[in-house]
Unconditional design. Structure first.
Length: 387
């Protein structure tokens, strides 16, 4: 615990709680888009059908109807899955923790994208893992570099967010996915494929999961979440994994919390049975697309000349880089005083942090609020550049 840093994102969220703050910091879904009435009806139905069961202990693996519903959604998108392949977790964050517990011993090497999800770095550090970054470019991991690292470091696993990655928003191309899966199959590498944002696509076409590639079927654990498509307060996620690994994760879960909330599982299963989740997600995607476009349209006048940023096809984040000589942490201090916040990119790096990078989330605010936030950001950017 003494050697593991606190989350920089969580620390910044405390600042963004100030009244009137426009925050591009947290990866939070928009609360006004939650289907509150549909979820209320699902909870009412869960209690009406079986209040005793909803309030009782449950099995570690999860409510059978929710496991079946998750499996059906995966199967419908081309990934053959049965209910027995799925474990329900208390958010996908717990799924990552359970798999780390099942696979990692102190000193084991774990490969990650650089930069990567901050909480994953925390979890691997708590497990005593030796975290090794895989070289990346604007499209994600470089498969040749991955193969060299696997041969040299003999890692236990690779953790990756191939679709709309956190923090960069980038998506690993189809050809590279096939190469990563082939490396895992050839060199005996476990793949932990984290997919919390895959439903939030605004343009382009869906790409196959790593888990769907030949040779990776028995090497891949796929993590998913209801946080971005239903509500994060439900704390519901799932993992799909080969039988032996799923059994290890279930043992770890028994020791951690016995099982995920029964009433929340039954309500989620009822919601999936009675509501049109795909229609709701389409509504959310429409709103987020407008917000992404508002952020992208306003960045040229907000950030210093010479700054660069990407155009994510989905997800929640834009990744930007300030010109030479700038520091995103210093900019944040000045910006917060003007009532706007973001997350500096440096804490997301496993190695060689880039102080010029920053992550901007566009989902929480409307387009007019985003425009106002960028107007506030432009002031400190001009001050720091002397323009």
């Amino acid at each position: 615990m003494r050697t593991t840093a606190l989350s920089a994102v969580r620390a910044i969220l405390a600042v963004t709680a100030q009244p009137g703050m426009i925050s591009f910091a947290g990866g939070l879904p928009a609360p006004e888009l939650f289907d509150a009435e549909g979820l209320r009806a699902a909870y009412d139905s869960a209690f009406a059908h079986s209040a005793r069961r909803a309030l009782q202990y449950s099995t570690t693996e999860g409510a059978p109807e929710l496991r079946a519903a998750v499996a059906a959604r995966l199967d419908g998108r081309g990934l053959a899955t049965a209910a027995d392949d799925v474990l329900i977790t208390t958010g996908s964050q717990q799924g990552l923790s359970l798999l780390t517990t099942a696979l990692i011993e102190p000193g084991d090497a774990v490969l990650v994208e650089n930069p990567t999800y901050l909480a994953a770095l925390q979890g691997f550090a708590l497990a005593g893992a030796r975290v090794v970054p895989v070289p990346c470019d604007g499209e994600g991991m470089l498969p040749d570099a991955l193969a060299e690292l696997v041969a040299r470091e003999r890692p236990k696993l690779l953790y990756t967010i191939p679709t709309f990655q956190n923090p960069t928003g980038r998506t690993l191309p189809a050809a590279r996915r096939a190469e990563v899966a082939a490396v895992a199959a050839r060199l005996g590498l476990w793949l932990l494929e984290d997919d919390p944002y895959g439903d939030l696509r605004y343009e382009g076409h869906d790409l196959p999961w790593l888990a769907a590639h030949p040779g990776a079927e028995d090497r891949t654990a796929l993590l998913g979440s209801f946080s971005k498509v239903m509500a994060p307060g439900l704390r519901l996620g799932w993992l799909r994994a080969p039988a032996a690994l799923l059994r290890g994760a279930a043992l770890a879960k028994q020791a951690a919390d016995l099982h995920t909330s029964t009433v929340d599982q039954l309500a989620a299963a009822e919601y999936l049975r009675t509501a049109d989740l795909d229609a709701h997600v389409a509504k959310v995607r429409g709103a987020y697309r407008i917000r992404r476009d508002a952020l992208l349209a306003g960045l040229p006048s907000a950030l210093p000349p010479g700054s660069t940023w990407n155009r994510p096809e989905g997800g929640m984040f834009v990744w930007a880089r300030l010109p030479e000589g700038h520091d995103a942490t210093a900019l944040l201090r000045a910006a917060a005083a003007r009532g706007v916040a973001f997350v500096p990119g440096a804490p997301f790096f496993a190695e060689s942090p880039d102080p010029r990078t920053l992550r901007l989330s566009f989902t929480t605010h409307t387009a007019p609020e985003i425009e106002e936030g960028l107007h506030r950001l432009a002031g400190p950017c001009r001050e720091l550049t002397g323009r």
